[in-house]
Design a binder for this molecule. Structure first.
Ligand code: C2E
Ligand code: CA
Ligand code: CA
Length: 671
């Protein structure tokens, strides 16, 4: 095994005329290292050449076969994926040469073959020079160790005994130590990493693998001494070892590098962060970047597009943060940057800026919205700092802010939210949810056309909690399904009670995106058995844009049960009416943001009138939400809107109040 480096800067292209001109920036430290190593290597080679010059060459055929083995192994090295270094089996053969022909030949043949192989593979000249230099030094050092223990080469190969062959092992350790120290040095200097850290990691690895390969050398020698023709047989186990070690290296790599994006893994980030927290360098900070609504991209456009977005985002973040620190992918659509605490705001700004441009995938321009959480050290552990950044991220998302820095208060807030979530779970089971109903009016006749079920939480000690305070939480925690079931159940029961009272009224229930799943069809089918009137489900525009194909199946299943579907909060999403018309929906509810200031020639007025017109052309009933006064109602009537709902007509009321309200309304209509 030998390690070589690929970390030196490459010339801009590899046309021969330019190969000797180095354009990449090389810091002075690397330049000095290069000169020293190449000069020392050349001196070692020269000394060896002088020592063997004039001496007759014994066992030429053996040397030839072993040299061929070295060259072949050099031409097919084991590359560490994602890493600058590579390794090869040339080591086994070169140590065999050390035993059969002496260390001088080992140095000359090993360095010569490396240069030849690198030249054939057209590696840049600087890299060839550095690798040959450090290689000659490593072999020279190993050779000295060997000479000290075993002396020079024997006259007869069969005279090689266990003393000589076992001396190869300590020589192998020396080779591994020197080679494992020198090979990664340029890369470490260039990346500005910790030399000691890198050496510790790389050198151990190189020494161990070198020893494994050196152990093969005595066998090669014994076989070569017996029958040269058997030497090529070594190719078979070597290929096996090569494949196995490749796999090992890849496994190790996978634990550190995310295979999809090339960013670090969470584990590796935690390791590096932990080191910085414990070290003496600048206090570290973490920026966690989360792609908002990324699951929508995945659901709607497929995982291939999703993966492409993640890869692009990872690449952009890595480039933007190159000066600040490493970027890791810490969860599906979540990245984290490790940087120095004083620069954390700047780093976050850099990351935000590169995400402003849309990501283009397969001719689609996708806007990526990101939320960020920042957390600054010191911290007890890497896990803690990351968690703090993620708490800040959660809070930023909840508050609709692009980014937030962690503070102790957020801990309490996060704890509150957790408590709220577990309390909500209990509340659903304990029947603390109550459903109020808000009438919808037929604008033309003034008659009651239906009611919308709106949930509240009668939370002990908190009064009646409005849905905005817990629907989002329920959606994020998976509680939305039991919540929806509870509301559906209550709505059907209340409707039956009104019917028993002589009031037939359609009831509408809100269905969140997260509650729109295949199981809901079966659930509604069962519920409808006990229904005393029509059921309507309100889905938001964005709901059906999520995964149109899968959702369409569910929506059609619901429609087939006779459930009326309406699009809620229309105008707040990006869907076109033409698209919505392909869905089995019967009505549009214009969002209350557009229902106001309708009397004059306002933008709202034209939005409402166009929506009414287009909706009608597509055969949809149009409902206006948030109608707060009679003037608005009059304008809506003039614009041809079908139904109206709002505080101006009635506020949501408990189920028990509905029959009385309906009776009063009916009396007004007939009057
Ligand atoms: P939404 O579906 O748009 O429901 C209408 C909301 O507007 C209700 O708020 C209602 O009280 C309010 N509103 C009605 N008329 C007016 C008006 O004239 N002016 C103004 N400013 N507001 C008016 P509420 O009950 O607080 O519900 C808020 C949201 O919570 C609902 O918006 C809906 O998205 C969600 N929600 C309520 N109940 C459920 C439920 O059972 N399941 C699901 N998934 N979501 C629900
Ligand atoms: Ca609604
Ligand atoms: Ca609405």
């Amino acid at each position: 095994m030998r390690a070589t480096t690929d970390a030196l800067p490459s010339p801009p292209d590899s046309r021969p005329a330019r190969r000797w001109r180095l354009r990449g920036k090389m810091p002075p430290s690397v330049r000095v290292l290069l000169v020293v190593v190449v000069a020392a290597g050349a001196a070692v080679v020269a000394a060896c050449a002088v020592r063997v010059a004039g001496e007759p060459l014994e066992h030429g055929a053996v040397l030839l076969v072993l040299t061929a083995g070295i060259l072949l192994a050099e031409l097919f090295p084991i590359r560490f994926p994602g890493n600058a270094e590579e390794t090869s089996f040339s080591t086994s053969f070169a140590f065999a040469v050390m035993a059969t022909h002496g260390p001088e030949y080992a140095v000359l043949v090993a360095s010569g073959c490396l240069i030849a192989a690198d030249a054939i593979r057209r590696r840049p000249a600087v890299k060839v020079a550095y690798n040959a230099g450090q290689y000659a030094i490593s072999w020279g050092a190993a050779g000295l160790a060997y000479l000290g223990l075993a002396g020079g080469p024997p006259d007869e190969l069969t005279a090689l005994g266990s003393t000589e062959l076992l001396a190869l092992l300590p020589a192998g350790v020396v080779h591994g130590l020197v080679n494992g120290s020198l090979a990664p040095l340029p890369g470490v200097l260039l990346s500005g990493g910790s030399v000691r850290e890198q050496l510790r990691r790389d050198r151990g690895f190189v020494v161990v693998t070198t020893l494994l390969l050196v152990a093969l050398a005595p066998i090669v020698v014994v076989v070569a001494a017996n029958d040269l023709w058997l030497v090529p047989l070594f190719g078979v186990p070597l290929i096996g070892i090569q494949l196995a070690s490749r796999q090992l290296i890849m496994d190790e790599q996978r634990a550190r590098i995310d295979t999809l994006t090339g960013a670090l893994t969470r584990r590796e980030l935690e390791t590096q962060l932990g080191r910085r927290l414990a070290g003496h360098g600048p206090v570290p900070a973490v920026v966690v970047v989360d792609l908002v609504d990324f699951s929508d991209v995945n659901d709607a456009l497929g995982h291939r597009v999703g993966d492409a977005v993640l890869t692009t985002v990872a690449a952009r973040l890595a480039v933007a943060a190159a000066e600040e620190g490493p970027v890791a992918r810490v969860a599906g659509d979540r990245f984290a940057l490790l940087c120095a605490a004083p620069r954390v705001e700047l780093a976050a700004e850099l990351l935000a800026r590169v995400l402003e441009r849309p990501v283009t995938v397969e001719n689609l321009e996708l806007d990526v919205r990101a939320a960020m959480g920042l957390a600054l050290g010191p911290a007890d552990s890497a896990t803690q700092l990351l968690r703090e950044a993620e708490i800040a991220l959660r809070a930023a998302k909840d508050r609709g802010q692009p980014r937030l820095r962690f503070e102790a208060d957020l801990h309490a807030e996060a704890a509150d939210r957790l408590a709220l979530a577990s309390d909500l779970r209990r509340a659903i089971g304990a029947g603390e949810l109550v459903v109020h109903y808000q009438p919808k009016l037929d604008i033309r006749s003034g008659a009651l056309a239906g009611v919308e079920a709106l949930v509240r939480w009668d939370r002990p000690g908190h009064g009646l909690v409005p849905p905005d305070a817990f629907i989002g939480l329920a959606e994020r925690t998976g509680l939305i399904r039991p919540l929806t079931s509870a509301v559906l159940g209550a709505a059907i029961r209340d409707q039956a009670a009104w019917a028993a009272d002589g009031l037939q009224v359609p009831v509408a229930v809100n269905l969140s995106a997260r509650a729109l799943h295949a199981g809901v069809v079966a659930e509604v089918r069962t519920l409808l058995a006990g229904a005393a009137g029509a059921l309507e489900l309100e889905i938001t525009e964005t709901t059906v844009m999520r995964d149109p194909e899968r959702d369409l199946v569910v929506l059609e299943g619901l429609a087939a049960l006779g459930v009326r579907l309406s699009v809620d909060d229309f105008g707040t999403g990006h869907s076109s009416l033409a698209y919505l018309a392909r869905l089995p929906v019967a009505a549009l509810k214009i969002d209350r943001a557009f229902v106001g200031g309708l009397d004059a020639e306002t933008a709202n007025r034209s939005i409402v009138s166009t929506t009414v017109e287009l909706g009608h052309q597509l055969g949809l009933e149009v409902v206006a939400e948030g109608v707060e006064d009679d003037a608005t109602l009059a304008t809506l009537r003039a614009l041809g809107c079908d139904l109206a709902q709002g505080y101006g007509i009635a506020r949501p009321m408990p189920a028990g109040a509905v029959p009385e309200w309906a009776a009063a309304r009916a009396a007004r209509v007939s009057a």
